[in-house]
Each structure stands twice: as C-alpha cells, then as structure tokens.
Design a protein around this ligand. Structure first.
Ligand SMILES: O=C(O)CCC(=O)C(=O)O
Ligand SMILES: [Fe+2]
Length: 279
C-alpha cells in the first residue's frame, strides 16, 4: 500500500493506485490529535453498551456469543461536528471527485469498534458490491468499467497486525467479484496498518475485512462510504438528521447527503408540490 501525506496526496496518482495498483492507499496528516481524541470519545460513549445494533460481516466466529466484541455506531453526523469535518475533508473531496465523479455522495458514516478478543470479519467487498456472491441480482458485466464505491477508514487507535488492522489482498479490486474460500484470503492478505489519525482509502471492491484483535486495546475506526451520485445510499442520513442540521449544512456536505441530486422524484405533479419535504 503506497502511503501519502496531506501534501503529497495527488488525486491522479491515488486514483491510479485504486484502479490499477493495490486498490488501497494510506494518507496521513489530515486530522489533528484533538479531532481524533474527540471522535474516539464519542464513539466509545455511544458503544459502551453492547447494544444490539446492526453489524456487518461479523464472520462465523462471532456467532458463538462474542457478537458484542464488534460494535457499530451509526448516523455519526448527528453525534458530533467533528464527523462532518472528517467526511468533507478537502483532500479527500479532491481525490473522490476524480474517482467517483464531481457530484459523488456519502452512503454511510459509522464507527466500527473491535474490542480485544474480537474475532474480526469474513473477507468481503463493500456496498453496493457486498452481495456480489448473488451475481444474478446485478446487471450483466458486474461493473466492469467504473468504480461504484470508495471507502475511507479514519483510524482512532493504533492499527497494527496484532490489533487486527484491516486485511486486504492487493490488486484484488481487479477481479470485480466476491472472494471465495479458494482465494485463500488469509494467505495473501496484507494489512492497512497505521497510527491514530491516519486514513486508509480503498476501492470497496477490494477484498478486505477487519482482522482478529489480539491486542490488549480497542481498535476503532470511522468508516465512510462514498458512492457515485446515482447509487442508493446505505444510510438514510437526511431522514436521521435534524432539520436544522440540513439547513446549515455546507455546500460540500449537502452534496454528500445527496441533497443536490433529486431522484427519485414525483415528476407527475406541479412543480410547487414536488419539492415538499425536500431539503
Ligand atoms: O474495521 C475494519 O477493519 C473494516 C470494516 C469493514 O470492512 C466493514 O465493516 O465493511
Ligand atoms: Fe468492508
């Protein structure tokens, strides 16, 4: 995985890495220690209870009752201003405009906290590729020509081999399919290691998963899903956010929330009527 800083993160170079290189890059220097500490405190508070929230890709190992060792915190924009800054960081926006088109949106911003002893996840690809194992439910050709997802992980804890830094198979994004056991993920994978505040940016069709946390500390990251403007987002963020938040959102944030792209729209009504309820 090539590593960049805020100063060297050239969009064209990074897009080339995502499409034709490893499928993942590291970027450091985007966030201050204060921002990371603030984000981490919010995530820890909201995940203190082993609440029964939706989690994804927990793998067979978690079905034995250790489910609460992977915890999600959803709808982060409502939980702290720092998450809006993360989602719309100008360095990330510049890269993503080039990768997903200038009007790309955000499909989800959530935290993934894996406690010590957490078993990690099954190797997978991310939304909207995540049920690519049901190939017949997707159009023929399975997205052979353009990316439909970019994932950003903002690390809140040391991501080491021991703590279960995200594992991924370099170059696997070129396969454009779901990994199978024959792919021998665990033999081929490398890990997206990094320090708190570092960002891992990857093309979501790259085979990856959280690895088992064998360290004595938590391992949390903010996972941000970015999509082309016409892919249905995973979280319905405008519905989950207060009206005042939407009214005050910056132009970049409005774009990320999908507010600039009107469809689906009821087109068979008078103009005045069909903007009802839209922000
Ligand atoms: O937390 C991680 O290391 C990766 C999480 C992930 O890939 C997912 O939840 O889709
Ligand atoms: Fe994932």
């Amino acid at each position: 995985m090539r590593r960049f800083t805020a100063e060297t993160a050239d969009p064209a170079t990074i897009v080339e890495e995502l499409l034709h290189g490893d499928g993942a890059v590291g970027i450091s220097g985007l966030f201050t220690p204060e921002e990371i500490a603030q984000a981490r405190a919010i995530v820890m508070t909201h995940s203190e209870e082993a609440a029964d929230k939706v989690t994804h890709f927990q793998g067979a190992a978690a079905e034995d009752g250790r489910l609460n060792l992977q915890r999600r915190v959803w709808n982060l924009l409502a939980k702290g201003e720092v998450f809006s800054r993360m989602a719309s960081h100008p360095v990330l926006m510049d890269i993503l405009r080039k990768f997903l088109g200038t009007e790309f949106i955000m499909g989800s911003i959530a935290a993934n906290r894996i406690l010590p002893g957490g078993p990690g996840q099954e190797p997978h690809v991310d939304y909207p590729y995540w049920d690519f194992h049901r190939a017949e439910t997707h159009p023929i050709g399975l997205n052979g020509s353009f990316p439909m997802n970019a994932q950003v992980s903002v690390l809140l804890d040391p991501f080491t081999v021991e703590s279960g830094a995200t594992g991924y198979v370099p170059g696997s994004q070129k396969e454009l399919r779901y990994p199978t056991p024959e792919d021998k993920f665990y033999e081929k994978c490398e890990q997206m290691t990094g320090a708190p505040g570092d960002v891992a940016l990857f093309y979501g069709v790259t085979w990856h998963c959280a690895m088992p946390n064998n360290a004595d500390h938590d391992r949390s990251a903010i996972l941000i899903q970015y999509l082309p403007k016409w892919v249905k987002p995973m979280e319905d963020m405008p519905a989950a956010l207060p009206r005042a938040f939407l009214d005050q959102a910056s132009p970049d944030l409005r774009q990320l929330l999908g507010l600039n792209y009107p469809y689906p729209e009821v087109l068979d009504t008078a103009r005045a009527g069909n903007t009802e309820g839209r922000a």
